[in-house]
Design a protein around this ligand. Structure first.
Ligand code: NDP
Length: 307
């Protein structure tokens, strides 16, 4: 592939200004330009958030997200289009966001923010606040996100266990369970945190059996994809008190519809799919793209190649 023009598709502007990345990528050997849908045709490669069918005419597409479940893999391979993703950059950002959720629940910070809005001096009940050391978090998915979460929670004294397809150990996790033992793995954790990619295997992984297996005082955290969870069943578990609460960054439908009961629940924190946001995001993505441009030039195989 002889790279002459790289397009930064304007859909990335949900996460950062496209111009920042185009400027960061600028190199003597190729042109980097911000493009809309009408500019896709002139590009050899495109960096994007969303999918467009016109990308199938390009040679290489880079997703600024780790999750690539919205891209049609079969069409990419049929058209010989390479797809790469941004796995590997979200460890610290998502780790800190998840630690923030856990600290909010344990130190009751979400209550204080809600009270402040109403100018209400409302202290927690004597037995509501707690501390994190010695609590167990089971992280389902032990890749970049899972490991970043284990790092930050480990530093807060949380005991972290993990679930992955194999039971090979992963640094930062005290114990690893294979996916087949999910229910056992989550049964005694005070926090269950989901970080698996959305695939045919993980769609609906968190169903009634999973929520039944969890402790009644456990908090559920989803920073993966909405489709990994049966959302109606989650709402039922929250309403009936068989779960203590949830922190959710991703949903079946995004934006989360205004009529969703999740918005109004005291023990639910809703964040708008931004657990990985950072003002450095364009640099982190840019570094992956640059690495792959170098690899293309030297004929090496691409980093983070998905298709
Ligand atoms: P990685 O590829 O680094 O990690 C994925 C992990 O999931 C691996 O440890 C893998 O372990 C495990 N896994 C895959 N399938 C299964 C399964 N069936 N059962 C149990 N474990 C499984 O990806 P990332 O950590 O970078 O990202 C994970 C997902 O998180 C993304 O696909 C994306 O959807 C989401 N994401 C969300 C963000 C947000 O803003 N909320 C930001 C970034 C990512 P093994 O191979 O051993 O099975």
């Amino acid at each position: 592939l002889d790279l002459e023009r790289v397009g930064v598709h304007d859909s990335v502007e949900t996460v950062f200004p496209p111009e920042e990345l185009a400027t960061y990528l600028a190199a003597p050997s190729f042109e980097a330009a911000v493009i809309g849908d009408d500019g896709i045709g002139g590009c050899d490669a495109v960096v994007t958030l969303e999918h467009r069918d016109a990308f199938l005419e390009c040679e290489w597409v880079h997703s600024i997200q780790a999750g690539v479940d919205r891209f049609p893999f079969d069409a990419f391979s049929a058209h010989d289009v390479v797809l790469t993703n941004s796995t590997g950059i979200h460890d610290r950002t998502v780790g800190e966001t998840v630690a923030g959720y856990l600290l909010a629940f344990s130190r009751r910070l979400h209550d204080h923010v809600a009270n402040q809005r109403d100018r209400r001096w409302g202290r927690p009940d004597w037995d509501e606040a707690f501390t994190l050391p010695g609590k167990t978090a089971c992280v389902v998915g032990t890749g970049t996100l899972g490991s970043g979460i284990a790092d930050v929670l480990g530093a807060l004294g949380v005991r972290v266990t993990g679930v992955r397809r194999s039971s090979e150990p992963v640094p930062g996790f005290e114990e690893i369970y294979p996916t087949g033992e999910l229910l056992e793995a989550i049964s005694d954790a005070e926090f269950v945190i989901v970080t698996v990619p959305l695939t045919d295997e993980t769609r609906g992984l968190f169903d009634a059996a999973a929520f039944d297996a969890m402790r009644d005082d456990a908090y559920f955290v989803n920073v993966a994809r909405g489709g990994v969870v049966d959302q109606d069943t989650l709402v039922e578990a929250l309403e009936s008190g068989t779960l203590a609460g949830a922190a959710l960054d991703v949903f079946e439908d995004e934006p989360l519809p205004e009529e969703s009961p999740l918005w109004g629940m005291d023990e639910v924190i809703v964040t708008p799919h931004c657990a990985a946001f950072t003002r450095d995001y364009f640099r982190d993505v840019g570094d992956i793209v640059r690495e792959n441009v170098d690899r293309l030039e030297s004929g090496e195989s691409l980093y983070n190649r998905v298709v």
